[in-house]
Design a protein around this ligand. Structure first.
Ligand SMILES: Cc1cc2nc3c(=O)[nH]c(=O)nc-3n(C[C@H](O)[C@H](O)[C@H](O)COP(=O)(O)OP(=O)(O)OC[C@H]3O[C@@H](n4cnc5c(N)ncnc54)[C@H](O)[C@@H]3O)c2cc1C
Length: 508
């Protein structure tokens, strides 16, 4: 691939009106406003010591410029380097690499077995199963890479748990198991016996569960910062604190303009996740919702053992799914379906929301009564790029086939982004390998759209409140109100094809 020259402004006209460029919202610098970093980012940055971000200033050139330095951007850059060592690759990150969703998440490196019914329905049995298998293989690939590069981020192995924490959640996984049985597939799940579950959780609301020994767990910000270190060592330029303002299609290349500089590139990858949901092509099928997390103070190994989280980590089958684990001497619980972004705007509450943190803190004490009055020391949030069926897709931007993107992981991207890197790299370099096949399959999974604004936000808030009331009633063993049950059915798909998570109807 040849490097383009930084020249003349002859714009390409595309069907999406891309002639005016892709304009990003002004970057909101939370640090300067007393903003919040996740505990994981704080730990990872402290371990690095002094941080000296390389800010993009003035003009630069690259064969490929990648907007966003989270897992998608970093894995894509590393895969491109692997496939073509001669490429000049630049990552342009608004903040520090790994401070987006990639450094704030639950750290579960998992697969799409939980989406088996949806995938086989949308793609047919053969392709649906191929994608599920590819997602499992991605877990091993990630762990092998981490070990080979000496990235200190893998947490001690525990059993993954897909659990029911109220009576109505019991059996949420039956559709998945029935589909696997029909297809005679060996699943990574095992039904836990009641005695086994009681032994792990002598107290608390765990009613039933599947265990999963294929899931791995990482300190996610340490992984992201480790990927950045490897990228730098492999000659990839990494610009940080360099928010991209505009991406403009020119006849002889694509210009990526930041606050203080610009890159002329032959090709561009948009990997800004929820922060690009406001762009016109993504608006109909990406809804941004926060996921909120709380973590305890440092606790004793005995207390962790009393919660059961020395042996398991996982999630329950609520629509506003709770996920939980122990990490380096603390216990954390997260909850999905928090704040809804109006018009895709990622405000402060996507870094920290006191009201959502309070909800998750009460979920934590409900799930793990052994914690007693253990202090909650950290709370943060992050944005989730939710697609209608909970699946991502990878494509070129309307109007310019030189601009690629990946979006729509729906809170399930720690493992999926490594696969995404391979898919996007294959698409960008025009390599027709198995990953290009997976890319085509993901495109075939695209279904439906969310309602337009303002109905989306108004309706979304109503549905969220109804889901919360319904699930609180279920936790308390009460019958939820009929209206709440009906409204809750409109909630979009969650992590897995559980009976309590339903895909939305396509918008009229
Ligand atoms: C609280 C939470 C819990 C989660 N738990 C899990 C889990 O346990 N397991 C799992 O598989 N998935 C989980 N996820 C989802 C997972 O974290 C994401 O799917 C994944 O990190 C997406 O990676 P990404 O690189 O696409 O996005 P991000 O990591 O968000 O990266 C996008 C980057 O783009 C940058 N950016 C934005 N705008 C600009 C701009 N204008 N210019 C330059 N850069 C820009 C951002 O700063 C950011 O660093 C969770 C997500 C959250 C928020």
């Amino acid at each position: 691939m040849t490097t383009t020259t930084h020249a003349p402004v002859r714009r390409l006209r595309g069907p999406s009106g891309n002639a005016d460029g892709i304009s990003f919202r002004p970057w909101q610098n939370l640090d300067s406003g007393g903003g919040w970093r996740s505990l994981w980012v704080q730990q990872a940055l402290e371990a690095e010591g002094e941080i000296t971000p390389h800010v993009l200033q003035g003009p630069a050139h690259a064969d490929v410029a990648i907007v966003g330095g989270g897992f998608t951007g970093l894995w894509t850059a590393l895969r491109l380097r692997e496939l073509d060592p001669s490429l000049k690759i630049a990552i342009v990150e608004a903040d520090l690499c790994g401070t987006g969703a990639s450094g704030r998440n639950g750290g579960a490196v998992s697969h799409w077995w939980g989406k088996l019914p949806t995938l086989t329905k949308l793609l047919g049995d053969e392709d649906g199963v191929a994608l599920v298998r590819a997602s499992s293989a991605a877990i091993d690939g990630i762990i092998d890479f981490i070990e080979a590069e000496g990235i200190d981020c893998v947490l001690p192995r525990t059993l993954g748990l897909w659990s029911a924490t109220s009576d109505v959640q019991v059996g949420a996984w039956e559709r998945v198991l029935a589909t696997a049985e029909r297809l005679e597939l060996q699943v990574p799940y095992r039904r836990m016996r009641e005695a086994e579950l009681r032994e792990i959780f002598p107290r608390g609301p765990f009613r039933a569960a599947l265990s999963d020994d294929s899931v791995r767990r990482v300190q996610p910000a340490a992984l992201a910062r480790g990927l950045r270190r490897v990228a730098l060592a492999r000659g990839i330029e990494v610009y940080e604190r360099s928010p991209v303002v505009r991406v403009e299609s020119l006849l002889n290349g694509v210009r990526v303009e930041t606050e203080q500089g610009e890159i002329s590139a032959a090709k561009v990858v948009l990997a800004a996740n929820a922060w690009m949901a406001h762009l016109k092509p993504f608006r109909p099928s990406i809804m941004v919702v926060s996921s909120d997390v709380v973590a305890t103070e440092q606790v004793s190994p005995e207390l962790i053992a009393a919660t059961g989280l020395d042996r398991v980590g996982g999630f329950n089958s609520r629509m506003m799914v709770n996920y939980f684990a122990a990490s380096r001497g603390r216990i954390f619980v997260g909850g999905g379906g928090g704040t809804l972004a109006t018009l895709g705007k990622i405000g402060r509450e996507f870094s920290y929301s006191p009201s959502k943190a309070a909800e998750i803190a009460s979920d934590m004490r409900y799930l793990f009564p052994a914690l007693g009055d253990t202090r909650i020391e950290h709370a943060w949030a992050g944005p989730i790029d939710r697609s209608p069926n909970g699946l991502p897709w990878f494509d070129t931007y309307p109007g310019d086939p030189r601009i690629h993107y990946g979006i729509g992981y729906a809170g399930h991207g720690v493992g999926a982004t490594a696969l995404a890197g391979k898919i996007i790299a294959a698409q960008l370099l025009g390599i027709d390998d198995e990953f290009a096949d997976y890319g085509r399959m993901f495109l075939r999974t695209r279904t439906g759209a969310f309602p337009r604004e303002p109905a989306r936000t108004i309706g979304g808030r109503l549905v969220r409140q109804a889901v919360r009331r319904k699930e609180m009633a279920e936790n308390a063993g009460h019958t939820p109100r009929k209206l709440d049950v009906r409204l809750a059915k409109l909630a979009p798909a969650t992590l897995a094809d559980s009976k309590s998570s339903r895909a939305p109807k396509p918008a009229a």
